[in-house]
Design a protein around this ligand. Structure first.
Ligand code: ZN
Length: 405
């Protein structure tokens, strides 16, 4: 028998939801063949060539999807904002909360005061909630340190989380998240530090896979984002952008012009933004958790993204202020009920297009030969059930790099 017929495992007995090209491309009674943590054959079990497998897993029906990808989170932070959440619902205004030192700056204070160990430990239980429901790839951003050392500490915590779990963790430097209180009166000084010192240090230590910024009236202007992106580009770091969440500033088009992996939020994106994103292959990452919590009414232009062929991803945006979301599956439901995505689009948004938003579409996000063997078995009849059930914990078996997690 030829050496290339020897494999570690074969999985049969379930229907495959491959998500090739962002579609279900269902294979009834499929087979997955794994060698060295990668898929080497995917197709109908009846057509599978003969392999010599160390293990043959015969599943009792159900479906197999690619491992889920959460491509936008802020899981690492100090403290939480549940008290503020309660105050708001008790009628305390945003202005009063801000006057008490609440809002994002309270998270910045708590993050600066946390040790690296504390940041890892507090993020770990949140990360575990996401992983428990089939997530095998997750992105985590810095952005609550807002000084050099605290940003680096957050990124080191993210790398440690990645090394400690059976999941692929991508780190993003979001030092341009908000202006540090110290730079309130000379914001360009913070951008100087980001470009001249922080990003080169991040690059040298291999602490980030991408650079992000928040483009908004209350955050960074398009001109300021341009400076950060030029700094990232000079170091060969890919970029992405929080854009068009609360107003239309042309951030999505700006990001596309830089060849950004993704533009995220996009409630106020325009037709010109959609065109620019389609032209440059920039993924539209939609974040229904923040839309829901902020009770926004302007929905992202899903129909425009469809018309121009902009790939759409969905993510939890897990963060202490605007989206304390610990379930990516809940986001699938919200993407459909709040934004009008189809269940197939929603699932593509947490598989193939989630991977594309991280620059990982060649290796992750679909069940295809050559990709990493990250997949999930669900005892469900059809993929739409992943979107349909509202909350609760669906049983699943997660396979990460070919091994049962
Ligand atoms: Zn975010």
């Amino acid at each position: 028998m030829a050496e290339d017929m020897r494999v570690e495992s074969v999985w049969t007995g379930a229907d495959l939801v491959t998500m090739r090209d962002g579609k279900y491309h269902l294979i009834p009674q499929g087979a997955l063949v794994v060698r060295a943590g990668r898929l080497v054959w995917v197709g109908p079990a009846a057509e599978m060539p003969t392999f010599i497998a160390d293990q043959h897993h015969r599943l009792p029906g159900g479906i197999i999807t690619p491992g889920l990808v959460d491509c936008h989170t802020h899981l690492v932070f100090g403290g939480d904002r549940s008290q503020e959440f309660e105050q708001r619902l008790n009628g305390v205004s945003y202005a009063e909360i801000a006057a008490q030192g609440g809002g994002i700056l309270s998270t910045v204070r708590a993050t600066r005061n946390a040790t690296e160990d504390q940041l890892v430990a507090s993020a770990r239980w949140r990360l575990d909630r996401l992983l428990a429901e089939g997530v095998t790839t997750v992105e985590i951003k810095s952005g609550y340190g807002l000084d050099e050392e605290s940003e680096l500490r957050m990124l080191r915590a993210i790398r440690r989380l990645g090394a400690s779990v059976a999941a692929d963790v991508q780190a993003t430097c979001l030092a341009a998240h908000a202006f540090p209180p110290e730079f309130k009166h000379h914001p360009e000084g913070w951008i100087d530090i980001i470009c001249q010192r922080l990003l080169p240090a991040v690059k040298a230590a291999g602490l980030a896979d991408a650079v992000d910024a928040f483009c908004e009236h209350l955050a960074f202007s398009p001109q300021q984002v341009t400076r950060v992106f030029e700094g990232a580009k000079a170091l060969g770091l890919p970029v992405k952008l929080h854009a068009e969440q609360l107003s239309s500033l042309g951030g999505a088009s700006l990001a596309a012009g830089f060849g950004a992996l993704s533009a995220d939020h996009l409630e106020y994106a325009t037709e010109a933004d959609a065109q620019a994103m389609a032209q440059h292959g920039t993924v539209a990452v939609l974040l229904p958790g923040a839309f829901y919590l902020l009770r926004e009414t302007q929905r992202p232009p899903v129909a425009l993204f469809r018309r121009y062929g902009v790939p759409m991803a969905l993510a939890s945006d897990a963060n202490p202020g605007t989206s304390p979301a610990l379930s990516l599956r809940l986001m699938l439901n919200m993407g459909c009920t709040l934004f009008g995505m189809t269940p197939e689009e929603a699932l593509a948004g947490v598989t193939l297009y989630g991977a594309q938003a991280l620059g990982l579409a060649d290796s992750h996000g679909s069940l295809e030969a050559g990709k990493v063997a990250n997949f999930v078995h669900w005892p469900l009849a059809r993929p739409a059930e992943l979107v349909y059930w509202l909350g609760g914990e669906l049983p699943c078996t997660v396979i990460y790099r070919g091994e049962r997690r």
